[in-house]
Design a binder for this molecule. Structure first.
Ligand code: C5P
Length: 241
């Protein structure tokens, strides 16, 4: 399959800023501060539910690229339609749940291929909020780590372009699946910054050394007094490796 999205070619381009805000004023404020600092932002359920496609249009019109993190999980036909609609909005990457199964994942990748602007399809394996007892309650066999590996294999065999994974998993996924899949890692915290509610954290330097292509970073940038300066510090940390 042709490469849908270029690999980041600089430390700055590796950063995806999570825009977890729910109103237009905050969104515009952050976009203005991030322009020229990073290439990508993530629009998730909070912002998309609050502002809808307008949030995506506003970001794309500013010149930033969008990682649309709505984690589609539905019957194949519905997911294919959602992927086509997201492609028409002009997003560069979007997420689906690997647990939607092979038919759903193939429908998503086929819909992306058929679109004029082909977004990369990124699969979420196991939500990091789920623990061993949660998986038992759900009737899912194996530890979270085992289920991540199983679902990652299923998703890549079904044609997805990449995976969202915790910093804890990235080295193993990279060594198992090689260079091809895009690996996108949240839970990244610059050295010395607040962990917030993240538990399995890694520094940007460590995540990249382990094989991550993109790092999703929210509050350390969006809540900083000077987001551009926060980005510059993270870039310097990555480049010091
Ligand atoms: O502010 P912070 O850097 O923690 O934001 C990280 C972003 O990545 C949030 O949008 C969060 O929902 C998302 N995310 C995560 N952990 C996962 C998957 C997604 O923190 N396992």
């Amino acid at each position: 399959m042709a490469e849908l999205i270029a690999r980041p070619d600089s430390a700055r381009q590796r950063i995806i800023v999570a825009l977890d805000v729910a109103d237009e004023e905050q969104l515009v404020g952050l976009v203005n501060k991030l322009l020229g600092q990073v290439g990508f932002v993530k629009i998730g359920k909070e912002l998309f539910t609050a502002l809808g496609p307008k949030a995506v249009e506003l970001v794309i019109n500013s010149g930033l690229k969008v990682f649309l993190d709505l984690k589609y999980h539905d019957i194949p036909n519905t997911v294919a339609g959602a992927v086509q609609a997201a492609a028409r909005l002009g997003v560069d990457m979007l997420t689906v749940h690997a647990s939607g199964g092979s038919s759903m994942l193939r429908a998503a990748t086929a819909a992306a291929q058929e679109s004029q602007k082909k977004p990369a399809i990124i699969a979420v394996t196991v939500l990091t909020s789920l623990s061993d007892p949660d998986l038992v309650d759900l009737g899912i066999k194996g530890s979270p780590e085992e289920v991540v590996q199983r679902l990652a294999g299923l998703a890549l065999e079904s044609g997805v372009d990449g995976l969202v994974n915790s910093p804890r998993e990235v080295a193993r996924l990279r060594s198992r699946f090689g260079k091809k899949p895009l690996l996108i890692t949240p839970g990244v915290r610059p050295a010395g910054s607040a962990a917030d509610d993240q538990t399995r954290i890694a520094t940007p330097q460590r995540a990249v050394a382990d094989g991550a292509d993109y790092l999703v970073i929210g509050r350390p940038i969006t809540k900083a007094a000077d987001p551009a300066e926060a980005v510059a510090r993270i870039v310097a940390e990555m480049e010091s490796s």
